[in-house]
Design a binder for this molecule. Sequence first.
Ligand code: ZN
Length: 277
Amino acid sequence: MKILISADMEGATGVTWPADVLPGTPQWERCRAMFTSDVNAAVLGFLDGGADEVLINEAHWSMRNLLLERLDERAQMLTGRHKSLSMVEGVQHGDVDGVAFVGYHTGAGTEGVLAHTYLANALTGVWLNGARASEGLLNAHVVAEFGVPVVLVTGDDLTCRDAEGYAPDARKVAVKDHVSRYAAVCRTPARTAADIRAAAKEAAALARRGEPAEGGPFTMEMEFDAAHLSDVSTVVPGVEPSGERRVRYTSGTMYEAIRTFKAVTTIVSSAMEEQYG
Ligand SMILES: [Zn+2]
């Protein structure tokens, strides 16, 4: 049994504000140890539950946050940027039986600690076939296309609630309870590691590769906080204006949809100014 862990940082233990997840800051240095603790707890739990292989895919920012030297030696880690499936890179090779979303968070424009979808602030909402979409929901659709279930989700309590919608059977662990976008009641790394390890052990029993899902076509709609950003995103072929500061496109598969989304967010990032966005 092979498990892929997609590891994001905003939903990690103890993380509540931007400096916690911004590479290079002293806060990030401290929080990356707690992030590593969450991920390693998931690794240990999956191994307890019978996994023979665990691959961790770093999915936050520059994708260089986890401390490799603190991970269980049976795990492997994919680190660094520029991967064709980004946050769920590795699922496409046909050998993954289950995916875990560790350190995930809620989507742009919704409640939740450090809520956003790919871009920290410029996107005020993302919808997939009319339903508001978080990174978890989008990536769950991507992995489903490869026949792989999401078996574990960790993050704040609202992330776990969000995951009930896209992965009802998955085990969930709330490592903190949302108070505001930048505040949470946090549990200690020792406590959350025990909770994550126990949940991952149970989640291993849910890992079973099946038939690829055929859910398309997929219409993605995005709303930005400024008109120049929706305008610039229409340089991506197929992306059309759909309302004030909104654009839309339709893809036949989620694989194409997530790659077009990546193209849009990359172009939009290049059009943003510091402070004013
Ligand atoms: Zn994220």
